[in-house]
Write a protein that binds this ligand. Structure first.
Ligand code: FMN
Length: 197
């Protein structure tokens, strides 16, 4: 069996995958969200810390709770999306390390670090996991609409009060309406963004 993806796979994940703002009225089954998480969780994180925690906002009640935290430009698209994933991060991710990284005392490496260091460590790794999640969702035929235009404190108060989880970014999920997409913006070419030394 070939160990590389083919054009169809690259198109699905990258070349033809777009950020969607308009959603078709097609529901997203919870089983698909579970499948996307089960693929995404296999992506690598520092010391296998897996800090990402996800809340899938689906019900009207949960959407109303999210609405006041959204920037004005993100309200309509989010209210119309079948699902909005709140990609969160557990700042005290080290509590799970005895299970996730059992061959060393990895908890000791992190637990006494200043909160700011824990936070940027969780941010780096949960952002990676959020990206793995978007690629996993795309590989299952879902479209994504990631957003950072929201008030993190409000989301944390509404969804993560009394926990050590904080919000990182939001991601609308569903089946996008391709007829509503604007033309793709350019990307930096290899020679603009990369160097081989
Ligand atoms: C972390 C992140 C935050 C974003 N925040 C917003 C946002 O708040 N509102 C919005 O309309 N689009 C937002 N976007 C969408 C980007 O503008 C979009 O992904 C980018 O222009 C690429 O579009 P394309 O995938 O269709 O090529 C965000 C994307 C990412 C990855």
């Amino acid at each position: 069996m070939s160990k590389v993806l083919n054009d169809e796979g690259w198109n699905l994940l990258f070349r033809e995958a777009r950020t969607h703002n308009t959603w078709l009225d097609v529901p997203v089954d919870d089983g698909l969200l579970r499948q996307a998480y089960d693929l995404a969780k296999m992506g690598p994180t520092s010391a296998n810390m897996c800090p990402m925690r996800v809340v899938f906002v689906k019900s009207n009640e949960a959407k109303e709770k999210l609405k006041p935290a959204l920037d004005a430009g993100n309200v309509d698209k989010t209210m119309r999306a079948p699902v909005t994933a709140i990609i969160g991060m557990d700042i005290h991710f080290y509590e799970k390390l005895p299970v996730l990284y059992p061959h060393a005392d990895a908890k000791a490496w992190f637990k006494d670090l200043p909160e700011i260091v824990l936070e940027y460590t969780a941010l780096r790794n949960s952002s990676l996991q959020g990206a793995y999640f978007m690629l996993a969702a795309r590989s299952l035929g879902l479209d994504c609409g990631p957003m950072s235009g929201f008030n993190n404190q409000k989301v944390d108060a509404a969804f993560f009060a009394g926990t050590t989880v904080k919000s990182n970014f939001l991601c609308n999920l569903g089946h996008g309406d391709p007829s509503k997409l604007h033309p793709r913006n350019p990307r930096l070419g290899f020679d603009e963004a990369c160097k081989v030394l």
